[in-house]
Design a protein around this ligand. Structure first.
Ligand SMILES: *Cc1c(COP(=O)(O)O)cnc(C)c1O
Length: 492
């Protein structure tokens, strides 16, 4: 076993990586590759641990799982069994939440541009809260509720001006993002609410500062913002708010730095601190909930909406090496999984740690350029756009007056977000199985069929060690839309 820091549910049996004691090389042999494998035990432990920590900090805390992180019905059922509610982002997710057995009172609904039919469904079911993103949307809600003869229970989503989140694509708490109302828009929304006392019940306020938020102070700042703002809203409406929704964004440790290695780097000393959580999500939410109890009191319920931290480390992706080459001295490895299965690796240049699932006894001492199978240069597990941009910038900047090596290094670090190479055992060859760790969040529903690729199969190891299929691998005929099938000349 190498000195890699692995979470409890991962282990080794001989040279093989295991998940809840199941040999992952064997599982890929039985189910094929690429294959997502989830641990129901880990999922349940993440959900119950988070809920317990939140309740310990604030006795009226409630937790709503952000289902866009993974809305597979089997996964939702495990989460629901732990006593969590659910956060949905569309009519589709609302439909899935109801299909998974969540009661309307356990559902909150976010989104920047909700459709009239989605609002009709949400108001018709009487869900816990619609988190209103804009003044425009609140007037749309007033119209729909009035037409249905119902009262819509809403929370106002505000811009706290806090920039949490590991990359620009997942920062959601500032006026540079597309989410939520600033102070001027809030006043307009309050006027709309006061003008429609029958149709609109402003029950709460909401914020969500980003994803993979590493710094506890950012969360604590959002509690202080909530305290100030909730008082103002209550004064304006002449009644207290029933709930205060502090959002999600809790991080997990994607970096898996090795013991003794310099704090947050691995893969050839690359700075992975944006992907390395200093403390578990449960510990962080415990601290946030305690702060909420002190600063907001117990009159209102406190809501949390974690997504990533519930599912990310409960799933991993097994991918077979299908080819190799050398460019000069540099070996390259070609996996059967690319950004068709892990869109965030390209879209927000996300880091997923890799291990050779069949050679866990060997030290990962060799470096490889690792890429996916798509006919597209962006399909790689390094930052091809950043590297390209950096080459151009470096050429322009080097030698200019005032440009020091430190400034150059700072620009490079901001420009190139992923390590150039991955560390794997020198013996790694085609046919080996690579495990991409912590791929349970923002993966299954982001797969697509570009280049005629079939979306992967996903399985879950249940608490009783039985195995359930979360979704089947696409069949060749799944590559055709039903409307295309009539154009099919011959098959097989
Ligand atoms: C995506 C999202 C979440 C979940 O964020 P995580 O980083 O996955 O915890 C919570 N609330 C809202 C409004 C979201 O859009």
């Amino acid at each position: 076993m190498t000195d890699l820091q692995l979470p409890d549910h991962l282990g080794t049996k001989g040279a093989h990586l295991t998940l809840d004691g199941h040999d992952l090389v064997d599982l890929a042999g039985q189910h094929g590759s690429p294959l997502f494998v989830f641990s129901s035990r880990r999922l349940a432990a993440n959900a119950s641990g988070f809920l317990k920590a939140a309740r310990t900090g604030h006795k009226r805390a409630r937790v709503f799982f952000a289902s866009k992180a993974c809305s597979n019905l089997h996964v939702l059922k495990v989460i629901r069994a732990q006593g969590l509610g659910i956060e949905v982002n569309s009519g589709g997710e609302l439909w899935k939440a109801l299909a998974a057995g969540f009661a309307p009172g356990e559902i909150v609904f976010n989104g920047v541009a909700k459709l009239v039919p989605e609002l009709e469904q949400a108001i018709g079911h009487g869900i816990q809260a619609i988190n209103v993103d804009s003044a425009f949307e609140l007037s749309r809600i007033a119209e729909v509720a009035t037409r249905l003869g119902k009262t819509a229970t809403v929370a106002l989503r505000l811009v706290p001006g806090i920039g949490g989140g590991a990359t620009a694509g997942i920062q959601t708490g500032s006026e540079r993002s597309k989410f939520g109302m600033g102070q001027v828009e809030l006043q307009a929304a309050l006027a709309i609410a006061r003008g429609h006392p029958k149709a609109i019940d402003v029950a709460g306020m909401h914020l969500h500062i980003g994803s993979q938020v590493l710094d506890l102070p950012d969360f604590l700042e959002s509690v202080r913002f909530t305290a100030r703002q909730a008082r103002e809203i209550a004064a304006s409406l002449g009644k207290p708010l029933k709930h205060l929704n502090l959002g999600g964004g809790y991080p997990i440790d994607y970096a898996h730095r090795r013991k003794g290695a310099n704090s947050a780097s691995s893969d050839e000393g690359f700075d992975l601190s944006a992907f390395a959580a200093a403390q578990p999500a449960a510990a962080m939410v415990g601290a946030v909930a305690s702060a909420a109890a002190r600063e907001l009191g117990n009159d209102s319920e406190i809501f949390f909406e974690p997504g990533r931290s519930m599912v990310a480390d409960a799933g991993l992706l097994l991918s077979r090496i299908e080819s190799e080459r050398r460019r000069g001295a540099q070996p390259w490895l070609y996996l059967d999984a690319g950004y068709n299965l892990l869109m965030d690796s390209a879209a927000v240049r996300w880091y997923y740690h890799m291990v050779n699932a069949g050679r866990m006894g060997a030290t990962p001492e060799a470096t490889f350029r690792v890429v996916g199978p798509l006919c597209d240069s962006a399909d790689c597990f390094f930052d091809v756009e950043g590297e390209y941009l950096w080459l151009a910038l470096e050429e322009k900047l080097t030698g200019l007056p005032g440009i020091t090596l430190e400034i150059l290094e700072e620009i490079r670090a901001k420009t190139v977000r992923l390590p150039e190479t991955r560390s794997l055992p020198a013996s790694t060859v085609p046919g080996d199985l690579i495990a991409l760790l912590d791929t349970g969040a923002y993966s299954l529903e982001e797969m697509f069929q570009y280049c005629g690729r079939q979306r992967a199969k996903a399985i879950m190891i249940n608490a009783d060690d039985s195995i359930v299929t979360l979704r089947e691998r696409d069949r060749p005929e799944d590559l055709l839309d039903p409307a295309e099938r009539s154009a099919m000349v011959a098959a097989e």
